[in-house]
Design a protein around this ligand. Structure first.
Ligand code: PHE
Length: 438
């Protein structure tokens, strides 16, 4: 059979036994929050774009891509866990909702835009239910490359890159920790096709460019006018750190973390683009960097937005607080409506043994419970957590207890309403996952 998707310009998609994308997720495809004027995600996107003048901005790439684009073109091995149906939304065995904007790297490198490009887009992942996770979120990808064939005579590629590094605004007051060497033979290797002096220069350009973005964001967040109900942000110096990382499509790779309200927050992944990707894209003489950041994370910091579900709100009490033409203002939460906690305990189907602590049991994945809650309760589910699990000593059967926090961002839920939702959730767990309620 096949499905039509709103926003797909009438195109239909064949589905097969890999299809695991519920209608609630498909309905997000046409929303494009990052393009809605005055939406906080659009304002955040524009603020970051303003730090990369002259780049090509791609903001309307369609989210349904091939597994080749999302995984193979980027060097994901065939058994990579990210390909699993428990983590990724499939339409059919060869077609997915992109899990990251990197899905467009190969095609965009092929277009060979200079100096670089930014891609902002909705991305889709099966994941936990809590205040900072939502199965649809937005990323911005950025990349910049240099061509070793167009280096002026008498100069080297590394010199040319360093000259570009010198053009990036400097932030001497920034406390940036970067304790590791740019490359490490085991942990963060240089690619065989690259020269170390070139990669040093590329890495410096990447890190200075992204530090400049982070400073711009946090300067705006600090300057944000404090609303009567909001607390002023602590006025401590901005602290950031570069951490070694691994991605199949970059080497060496780094994550950038920002110290914000008492904890280190991962804000982006980045690295030196794999030569094989540029070669396959028809630009084998280029070398450069790429990064990917989560726009919601940044917007939550920028505007002090406490819950990721708010980005999807159509309530004017939310939307009217943001304006692209006014200075950044801190979000004033509308009063918090009461939470309602309800537990559901069940036996897993026989045969679904193993250990679910890491989320995975043969035939049962925690993300299935998460998605089922989203399906039944929509945005009325704030948080879902496993509060208890045990294995029966005699039968070997495994039992789980999940606690659901039902709360609307917009009103007080009635008892009747939450009871009904929870009852529907219990029935759906039985019907779809084959569990036995306790
Ligand atoms: N795509 C990566 C992610 O979603 C981020 C990334 C982009 C890392 C580009 C390196 C280079 O986690």
């Amino acid at each position: 059979s096949s499905i039509a998707i709103e926003g797909a310009d009438g195109k239909t998609y064949k589905t097969d036994e890999w299809m695991n994308t519920p209608p609630s997720i498909l309905s997000a495809v046409s929303k494009r929050l990052h393009l809605q004027p005055d939406h906080p995600l659009a304002i955040t996107r524009q603020l970051i774009e303003s730090r990369f003048p002259g780049y090509a901005y791609h903001n309307a790439l369609f989210p349904i891509v091939t597994t080749h684009q999302n995984f193979d073109s980027l060097g994901f091995p065939p058994d990579h866990p990210g390909r699993s149906r428990t983590d990724t939304y499939y339409i059919n065995s060869k077609t997915v909702l992109r899990t990251h904007t990197s899905a467009h790297q190969a095609d965009t490198f092929r277009a060979n835009e200079t100096p670089g490009y930014l891609i902002s887009a909705d991305v889709y992942r099966r994941d936990a239910v809590d205040r900072s996770h939502y199965p649809v979120f937005h990323q911005m990808e950025g990349a910049m490359t240099w061509d070793r064939d167009s280096v002026p005579a008498g100069s080297t590629l590394a010199q040319q890159i360093w000259a570009d590094v010198a053009k990036i605004p400097a932030h001497p007051g920034l406390a940036a920790q970067d304790p590791n060497p740019t490359m490490h033979p085991d942990r963060n290797p240089l690619q065989p096709e690259h020269a170390a002096d070139e990669v040093e220069a590329v890495a410096a350009h990447l890190k200075r460019s992204l530090e400049d973005v982070v400073v711009a964001i946090f300067t705006a967040a600090r300057a944000a006018t404090t609303t009567p109900s909001g607390d002023a942000p602590p006025d401590e110096p901005l602290q950031i750190r570069w951490v070694e990382a691994y991605f199949p499509f970059t080497s060496p790779s780094w994550e950038l973390e920002v110290f914000w309200q008492g904890e280190w927050l991962e804000v982006l992944g980045s690295g030196v683009v794999r030569h094989s990707i540029l070669a396959a894209a028809g630009v084998p003489t280029r070398i450069g960097w790429a990064f990917g950041l989560g726009l919601e994370r940044i917007a939550m910091l920028l505007f002090s937005i406490p819950d990721i579900r708010l980005f999807w709100s159509e309530d004017q009490r939310f939307l009217s607080q943001f304006s692209a033409s006014k200075p950044i203002a801190r979000f004033a939460p509308f009063s918090k409506y009461p939470a309602c906690f309800k537990d559901v305990s069940f036996w897993l189907p026989v045969g679904a043994g193993g250990n679910s602590a890491g989320g995975l049991v043969a035939g049962f994945h925690e993300n299935d419970v998460m998605e089922l809650v989203r399906d039944v309760a929509g945005d009325l589910a704030e948080d879902v957590r496993l509060v208890d699990e045990f294995t029966h000593p005699k039968t070997g059967r495994r039992s789980c207890c999940y606690r659901i926090n039902y709360r609307s961002l917009e009103r007080t839920l009635t008892n009747e309403e939450t009871n009904e939702l929870h009852e529907r959730l219990r029935r759906t767990l039985v019907g779809r996952l084959g569990v036995e309620l306790r």
